[in-house]
Write a protein that binds this ligand. Sequence first.
Ligand SMILES: N[C@@H](CCC(=O)N[C@@H](CS)C(=O)NCC(=O)O)C(=O)O
Length: 293
Amino acid sequence: MAKSYAPEPRFKCAWPMRVGSRDFRGRVPVLERETPWDKIMSFMLYNAPQSTCSQRVRFVLNAKGLPFAETKLDLLEGDQMKPEYLRLNPNGVVPTLDHDGGIVIDSAVIIEYLDEVFRDPVSFTPKEPVKRAAMRALMRFIDEVPAAAVRVPTYNIAFLPRFAAMSEEEFLAFANSKPLRREFMLAMGRTGFPQKDMDASLDRMSRTYTRMEEAIAASGGPWLMGKDISLADISVMPAIVRIDDLGLGAAWDKRPKIARWFDAIRAHPAFKPTYYFGSLLTDRFPHLKKKAG
Ligand SMILES: N[C@@H](CCC(=O)N[C@@H](CS)C(=O)NCC(=O)O)C(=O)O
């Protein structure tokens, strides 16, 4: 008998909840797996379409063919600061994964968790301990360098008009309400980061491309860790996609290894369902399309 694996949201939200399509068979590739479906139970992903951290998690869930429901938070409206959500994620950021009542926060932790619990049909972690360590070291670099750096052009180019429209008092209240990003928001202010911060951030991205090229050369590619895509590739993917989306993809015009890596990740079957409409900033902010074009 056909069984529905669509999880029911058990968390009552005070804000309007927009749960994604329930027709998971249309969205998730059907994959052969050893884990019985009844062990998978249910996933609720609290996330935002355009959030780079959320995109990592959606990619892993899609690539493993794990059906999940989404609660989409409007980050510019401050859904992530609602007390109901802070009870799940005290950092006041997305994503948060609820796996049948078990709450897991932080995208890097969530993707490691998923890869540990659901090893089949595909694993994103190398078998050899030394390679696993190398992958984790790359993931730490990615969280510290590109994942942080890409926020500066993102906020300056895409989100600033939203903050510029606030009064100083409104902006300060908004910034001060953020458990994790208070200082970042205050440094940006309503006028945006100065050019020297933009330059520093793009320079950190440039060091990221170099680090990726070195990893691809050392492993033999086409992925960072060699012939198999790993959590390190998935971790850096959203920052690279974001740079391209902001119209700054010319950065790897003379870096063929990065260009090939980018084509490969975009061709992965999990890419399209991860980047559904609304995931790119150019889907949401038409003024960026003009800039990019
Ligand atoms: N280290 C965290 C960072 C999460 C994070 O910064 N999330 C962003 C979206 S990518 C967010 O929720 N921003 C909302 C805000 O800063 O208020 C993770 O990887 O999960």
